[in-house]
Design a protein around this ligand. Structure first.
Ligand code: ADP
Ligand code: MG
Length: 248
């Protein structure tokens, strides 16, 4: 694989939170038009991988590149990051449209009126996620599936070149899951690189071109069905059970 064609490259990445070693020598490359799923027990570093790629946390060691550059050197809006919905403050006084329009903020000019292009992108993202009717609803009044769709819409309104999704299927209804799957596969077909964490293993082969098992480092990577059948994956599952981690 030519590194010049990679959308994401992580080389020997170590991340610490104080004394906690969250990632210990992670190597991962993601190509354009590739959907990579990340699975692993709770606390194994899945969210930390996405945050390191998004430039939200700095590695203690190693190198993270997105389109050949450090994440923070990229033009604003290049990376669409959808956080785990547990990490979002739902009491923040904004409605659905406000949140989705925030996806446009990196591109808006200070003190300039909202450009038609920003409104068009916001409308398109609301439509794509079936949120048109909910535009004026306060985000505190949404179901889990609706909340998840709002944050995916925000990332799409941004018109990103890389999409990072942290457990977008956890706690959502079947209709939302199917809508998200269709959106992800359509974006991938059009060349978008996507990295997504999940606990939903049953449909991993539908979602992903490649599945990566993480336990502070990458312990297995490959075609989803092969990875789910691998000894490394089952070793992790056993480990997760004996340590009492709940699995979704
Ligand atoms: N902000 C933080 N401060 C301290 N420890 C953290 C923080 N975020 C994550 N951790 C710890 O880092 C490890 C990896 O966390 P995380 O990447 O969230 O795992 P996962 O997403 O796989 O559940 C866990 O031990 C977690 O408790
Ligand atoms: Mg997580």
């Amino acid at each position: 694989m030519e590194s010049g064609t990679d959308a994401v490259t992580m080389r020997d990445v170590t991340v610490r939170y104080g004394s906690i070693l969250a990632l210990d020598g992670v190597d991962l490359a993601v190509r354009k038009g590739e959907a990579v799923g990340i699975v692993g027990p709770n606390g194994s570093g899945k969210s930390t991988i996405l945050k390191a790629v998004a430039g939200l946390i700095m590695p203690a060691a190693g190198d993270v590149r997105v389109f050949g550059r450090e994440p923070r050197e990229l033009a604003p809006g290049t990376i669409g990051y959808v956080p785990q919905i547990e990490e979002v403050d739902w009491s923040f006084p904004v409605d659905v449209r406000d949140v989705v329009a925030m996806g446009r903020f990196p591109r808006m000019r200070l003190l300039a009126p909202t450009a038609p292009d920003d409104r068009r992108r916001t409308d398109a993202a609301l439509d794509a996620l079936g949120l048109g009717e909910l535009q004026t609803r306060h985000i505190a009044e949404l179901s889990g599936g609706q909340r998840q769709r709002v944050f995916v819409a925000r990332a799409l309104a941004q018109d990103p070149q890389l999409l990072l999704l942290d457990e977008p299927t956890t706690g959502v209804d079947a209709a939302t899951e199917n809508a998200l799957l269709a959106i992800v596969r359509d974006l991938v077909r059009r060349g978008m690189p996507i990295v997504m964490t999940t606990h939903d293993l049953d449909r991993a082969a539908e979602w992903f071109d490649r599945l990566v098992v993480v336990d502070r480092k990458i312990v297995e990577s490959g075609e989803p069905r092969a990875v789910l059948a691998s000894e490394a994956f089952h070793g992790i599952r056993e480990h997760a059970h004996t340590h009492g981690h709940p699995r979704g």
